[in-house]
Design a protein around this ligand. Structure first.
Ligand code: NAD
Ligand code: UD1
Length: 346
């Protein structure tokens, strides 16, 4: 039995492969490398001491997907493959709907036709929109997403919900990530954004390593204690471990399956704690003994002031809890960046 990991060469996928190996799972990867590097797969092989069965191609290639499912004894799919740059999705919405929605529908169709009906989906806190109160529980209604990327996540969640209603064997776990940061503590795998990073932590690490001059802190007029935005940052290894726990929750064990609930299960994956942008900058400087020069600029359009979750459902139902604190997130992000200043290209 093996898990099919789509987008397994990416940031979260690679970290999850390492945790899957640790837990004793076998897996097969499909990735088209549109936002990743083959070196990432080699690094996972180095960390786990095992060679990876890799298929290079697109999840929308039904023939290839069918071949993968026929050649391997797959019993569940972890679906990471997707485009994720918010700004790009505003400029090229069709590209995002085509890749993240149409590609995922094609993939799901082939999975179901081959009897693979257990899927763990990489969703995002962005599906909640801008709730009026915090912390966010899974019981909150979905909100107005502010960009096409967010809508692709929300739409594919709905597709999994409807598919599960129509097929009593379908089981979908929707994992709504808050803000994944950090890297594997070895410093061998980590986040490797193309061009100018959109997200805060890779921007901070690139300023610290001298690749960029200064961090722009977007807005100092939020209604928060230090007037900068607040997020729920979660260490990528904790996030990866959440995926392993989700497999167990739906009865998929390394050596076979046990009966478990079917239908759709939703979990927030965050720490439950909010950290402000300025607090993160300070924590990074203190954890690593480096300076991160910054200047305040205007708010970034579409940003919400505060987002953090109530992560207690995942703890109660699957025994998962984020273990790593902000200092560890900062230390590991820096360890990756300073050892790989050019990412995997170096
Ligand atoms: P990533 O870009 O590093 O990884 C995604 C991987 O999918 C890449 O290796 C890419 O080459 C591959 N891919 C994309 N489209 C594909 C396709 N059509 N066929 C085959 N492979 C394809 O991103 P990540 O940060 O690891 O995110 C993984 C998933 O989690 C994504 O779906 C993303 O939207 C979601 N997510 C990420 C974050 C975050 O902050 N990183 C937050 C919430 C949700
Ligand atoms: C963003 C996306 C979200 C996506 C997530 C992936 C938007 C509106 N939201 O979330 O859909 O799922 O990334 O991780 O883009 N910040 C700065 N300077 C920077 C970068 C960020 O001050 O150079 C601030 C932002 O204003 C925000 C915080 O840092 O307050 C976190 O930003 P970011 O890392 O981009 O994540 P989100 O905006 O939460």
């Amino acid at each position: 039995m093996a898990i099919l990991v789509t987008g397994g060469a990416g940031y979260i996928g690679t970290h999850t492969l390492v945790e899957l190996s640790k837990a004793g799972y076998e897996y097969v990867v499909i990735d088209n490398f549109c936002n990743s590097d083959k070196k990432a797969i080699e690094r996972v092989e180095e960390l786990t001491g095992k060679s990876i069965k890799l298929y290079e191609g697109d999840i929308a290639d039904c023939e290839l997907m069918d071949k993968i499912l026929k050649e391997n004894n797959i019993n569940a799919c972890m679906h990471f493959a997707g485009l994720k740059a918010v700004g790009e999705s505003v400029e090229k919405p069709l590209m995002y709907f085509k890749n993240n929605v149409i590609g995922s529908i094609k993939m799901l169709d082939v999975l179901i036709k081959n009897g693979v009906k257990k899927i763990i989906f990489s969703s995002s806190a962005t599906v909640y929109g801008e709730p009026e109160t915090m912390p966010i529980t899974e019981g909150f209604p979905k909100g107005e997403t502010t960009n096409p990327y967010g809508r692709t996540k929300s739409i594919f969640e709905d597709i999994l919900i409807d598919t599960s209603k129509a097929d009593s064997e379908m089981t979908a776990v929707l994992l709504r990530y808050f803000n994944p940061v950090g890297a594997h503590e070895s410093g061998r795998i980590g986040e490797d954004p193309e061009g100018i990073p959109n997200n805060l932590m890779p921007y901070i690490t690139q300023v610290a390593v001298g690749k960029r001059d200064i961090l722009h802190v977007f807005g100092d007029d939020y209604d928060t204690p230090d007037c900068s935005g607040i997020r729920d940052f979660i260490h990528v290894t904790d996030l990866a471990d959440g995926h392993v726990k989700a497999l167990k929750k739906i009865g998929v064990l390394p050596d076979g399956e046990v009966p478990a609930d079917t239908g759709v299960i939703i979990y927030n994956l965050g720490t439950g704690k909010g950290t402000s942008v300025l607090e993160l900058v300070k924590a990074f400087e203190e954890a690593n003994g480096v300076k991160v020069p910054y200047e305040i600029t205007d708010r970034r359009p579409g940003d919400v002031a505060v987002m953090y979750c109530d992560a207690s459902k995942a703890e109660k139902e699957m025994g998962w809890k984020a273990e790593r604190n902000i200092e560890k997130m900062c230390a590991d992000a820096w360890n990756w960046q300073k050892n790989n200043p050019e990412g995997y290209k170096g």
